[in-house]
Design a protein around this ligand. Structure first.
Ligand SMILES: [Ca+2]
Ligand SMILES: [Ca+2]
Length: 101
């Protein structure tokens, strides 16, 4: 499972483009965007709940969505049962975030 290393840069094949976003060469990484519509907002809440509680179902619906988007606290774990991401997700959704480049 991809994750962060000590310097905060991801080493999982995605190019870091800034502030939690990376789009090449792999799937776009956009932290908190669990429905991959390019924004982080209340529309991501239900997909995030599914991501935590029924990951396989989430993955079957959001085929082009980078699962690392759900690693909100950047601890390298995400998906089914990764409840440590809930509070950071709530903070992220309520603070808002710009569109993915
Ligand atoms: Ca979204
Ligand atoms: Ca996490």
């Amino acid at each position: 499972m991809p994750g962060l290393v000590g310097d905060g840069l991801r080493r999982d094949g995605w190019q870091l483009l800034g502030d939690g976003t990376a789009c090449t060469p792999g799937l776009c990484l956009h932290t908190g965007d669990l429905n991959c519509d390019g924004t982080v907002n209340f529309g991501d809440i239900n997909p995030f709940v599914m991501f935590l509680s029924a990951y396989d179902q989430w993955a079957s619906i959001f085929l082009d969505c980078n699962p690392a988007n759900g690693d909100i606290n950047f601890d390298g774990t995400y998906g089914q049962g990764s409840f440590g991401d809930i509070n950071p997700f709530v903070a992220l959704v309520t603070s808002g975030q710009g569109p993915c480049p």
